[in-house]
Ligand binder design. Structure first.
Ligand code: HSE
Length: 454
């Protein structure tokens, strides 16, 4: 893709002449996202200031490696090794926190807020874990905390939920919200790559978290789902209530069996309003191969929102990457540039709803969640199909389809079962008993099936 050479900062002919003084930015962290943010801010100065109504100037950067940081931002921008210096800097209006992590980042962000600075962050772990405290502090100090880059980076999904869909009662938000795991599953399915090689590629491409366990075990997706659910339903951020299962146990064998049944396996985030509360989960799931979501491959993300007035809407875009995240971070900076000086009542609330209108909907316990299931049952003999089908019905499993898997001989005979929705606790009981059935040759594998709207 052709790009104009990156201009130096503050070239007057690139900035829109304006009577309003520039928005002064202090940045904490200049890794993958920070570097992308610096590059895009410099490259697109004209568009950015034209949209913001004033220019956005980077004043100071906190970095662990100052030599590397100087190599990126040059000599004209102040550098420090101390993030607290940025948080308290007298010439900074807004702190961009793109260092990641939860402990120190919480302290920097709270310090910046206490100094009356707005905050833009792409740190989903921070907001998933400390969001309630941070948003409370921001309300008290009347500052903005913006976080579009924290969820599905390039996709403006926070804006869509908080503004575009603000007339709606939202029933569910379901999606592929982790680029690394989607990249790994796509490589395993399409190229037969093993898990480790696919992960190594995702790390080289800068998609994975510093600790890739967060991606692989579904924790990163759970951070994002906690933020999406809060915005969709007006509930507090409930990360601890998300039921999380990652992709480390997903086998290529199940990908092949899923294909045979007309499904694909994705790491799916689910936030759904139920009668007694909100279902919050991240798990590998079978989705119909014909649904658009099944064609979201590589590091791309997609989110499907089901709401009462707009109906089903779907959002697609890069789920990881340097400038892809920078796009969201800078959009937040532009919002801050436009809104600084307004009162909280004139701004979009942090989680979409004003604090006094938040809902107390509890998160559903995992055991109470109802979902359809796929079960792969290794059997001693294909003739087990009829007796096992009768046995499962006797146990109360609502079997919708049972078939013999078409697999290479060495895989051994496997029965594939699809069920109608069943409550988790009942399903777990039946699965446990199935594992000890005389006709079953090894532990069955179960995955959720999500039919998806739209
Ligand atoms: N590690 C994250 C992902 C980066 O793979 O989705 C973007 O949040």
């Amino acid at each position: 893709m052709y790009r104009d050479p990156v201009p130096a900062f503050h070239q007057p002919h690139h900035s829109r002449p304006s009577a309003i003084r520039p928005l002064r930015v202090g940045m904490i962290g200049i890794g993958t996202v920070g570097e992308g943010t610096f590059r895009v801010l410099a490259r697109n100065q004209m568009e950015i200031s034209g949209r913001a109504g004033r220019s956005i100037e980077l004043k100071v950067v906190a970095a662990r490696n100052l030599t590397r940081a100087a190599g990126i931002v040059g000599e004209s921008i102040e550098l420090t090794g101390d993030p607290m210096h940025v948080a308290a800097h007298p010439d900074v209006d807004v702190v961009v926190e793109v260092a990641g992590g939860t402990g120190p980042a919480r302290d920097w962000v709270l310090a910046a807020i206490a100094h009356g600075k707005h905050v833009v962050t792409a740190n989903k772990a921070l907001l998933a874990v400390h969001g309630t405290e941070i948003f409370d502090a921001a309300r008290r100090h009347d500052v903005i905390v913006a976080y579009e880059g924290a969820v599905a980076v390039s996709i403006p999904i926070i804006k869509a939920l908080r503004e575009g869909l603000s007339a709606n009662r939202i029933a569910s938000v379901v999606g592929v919200v982790n680029g690394t795991t989607n990249f790994i599953l796509s490589k395993m399915r399409d190229e037969g790559l093993d898990f480790g090689s696919a992960l190594a590629q995702a790390q080289t491409l800068g998609y994975a978290e510093a600790d890739p366990t967060f991606d692989i075990e579904g924790i990163d997706a759970a951070h994002k789902m906690a933020l999406l659910a809060a915005n969709a339903f007006g509930t507090p951020v409930q990360f601890a209530a998300v039921n999380v299962q990652g992709i480390s146990a997903v086998q290529r064998l199940d990908m092949l069996c899923a294909e045979q049944l007309g499904y694909r396996i994705k790491l799916l985030g689910v936030a759904r309003r139920a009668a007694q509360g909100v279902e919050l989960g991240v798990q590998p799931a079978l989705i119909p191969a014909t649904h658009l979501m099944a064609h979201v491959n590589g590091s791309m993300n997609a989110i499907l929102v089901n709401s009462d007035a707009a109906g089903v809407t779907m959002y697609y875009g890069a789920g990881a990457g340097s400038e892809q995240t920078a796009s969201a971070v800078i959009a937040d900076l532009i919002d801050v540039a436009r809104l600084a000086g307004t009162s909280a009542a004139q701004r979009v609330p942090h989680l979409g709803f004003h604090a006094d209108a938040m809902s107390a909907l509890p998160a559903l316990p995992h055991a109470a969640v109802r979902a359809a299931r796929y079960v792969r049952v290794p059997v001693r003999d294909p003739a087990q199909m009829a007796p096992l089908s009768a046995w499962l019905a006797q146990q109360g499993l609502p079997v919708r389809q049972m078939t013999l898997a078409s697999l290479p001989l060495e895989a051994g005979p496997q029965l594939l079962v699809l069920t109608d929705p069943v409550v988790q606790a009942d399903f777990d009981r039946i699965l446990h008993a199935l594992a000890t059935h005389a006709g079953v040759s090894a532990a069955p594998t179960a995955l959720r099936v999500e039919p998806l709207a739209g």
